[in-house]
Design a protein around this ligand. Sequence first.
Ligand SMILES: Cc1ncc(COP(=O)(O)O)c(C=O)c1O
Length: 420
Amino acid sequence: MTVASESTPKLKIRPRPPLGLGAALIGKEEEELVLQVIRNQEPFRYYGHDPAHPPGMAATLEKEFAGKFGFKYALAVTSGTAALECALAALGVGPGDEVIVPAWSWISCFTAIVRVGALPVLAEIDETFCLAPGEITRLTTPNTKAVLLVHFQGVAADLDKITAEAHSNGIKVLEDCAEAVGATYHGKSVGLYGDIAIFSFQYHKFMTSGEGGMVACNDPTLYERAVRFHDVGQVRPYHAAIKKPSVPAFSGDQFRMTELCAAMALAQLRKVETIKSHCRRLSARIMDQIKGLSGMTPRRIPDPTGDTGFEIYLALPSKDLAVQFSQKLEAMNVNAKKTTFTYCHYAREYCQTGHAHTPAASPFAKFKQWPAPGYRQQDFPKTEAIIHNFLALPLGMKYTDEDADYIAAAVRQVHGELIG
Ligand SMILES: Cc1ncc(COP(=O)(O)O)c(C=O)c1O
């Protein structure tokens, strides 16, 4: 494929393809399972089931999810954020503990740590858009209990390096796979490399039930602790049959998934491979046609065979160029806005105030000045050098091969206009 020059004829504008991953596939499979719950009048997962009915939706979802991705245990909860709190609680993270988290990640990666009373310690990302190797070693203190490792937008982080670093520093790994359902690393699902993992089924995610989440792990004690935390400290007979309770009861929260939500998530789980193969195919088709364009560096993907392919990231030489590139593509009906609602925590109000819901619960109260070093923009030169300069090209289930070819041609045309 030849690279466009300024003399390349202008493209005929195509209609804008609609975005949406699992959300764009909601259809009769979801309808059938949700209706089953309604017809049976059984929206609560633990009782109300007629013994003649098949197993409940949440139970089936957990079994299929665990089986599909290779976990011993999976626990359905109300959201990815709830899953984060359950996982942190399962790991025993609380006041006095520190958790390393990428400075650039979703809001609740930070707030969940604060909610369990621990201190979020912000780390730099690298060109993978995930935690930079070396950061765990730089930031670990005697109080560090865990690292919250985010697999950003469908791609596994540098897992070999990061898990080795975490283990050599004696800290636990919580894999945040909220944005990476279906992603693999060296042939295994993300989430299987750390101690415990979480997933999200929120509307924008790979598979969706509107809201919803999953905690998954292979460790029976972590499973029991997560079960207890998600159900006000209890272990009901359903879970006791999976893992005999041995952990003394403690106070938990209430993050139980409803059967309606589980029915939708179950139908969507069965579509994950379809979504993945569609996105991977289109992503490869676009990348083949735009590779080698000067001044545009694709995101580094540690294991390209496991990429879910739903969003292409290209680094440009400056923020100005990235903004102009995106605007020109948008004007040509190419979706090129950042769909990831990822932020630098230090630039956000919830971090800048240093508040928890009440002063005594704030892990930041110990700092003499606020924002303290480690919570200011100037402390993150690597992250700042990456996050303003990229172009994001999200893909969707309604995109066709023709859309992919048009996107590639549009990128080549705008490249010719802006970079040459
Ligand atoms: C990396 C990451 N972690 C956690 C979450 C929280 O998931 P939820 O929105 O389901 O609470 C999200 C969702 O946006 C996310 O992107």
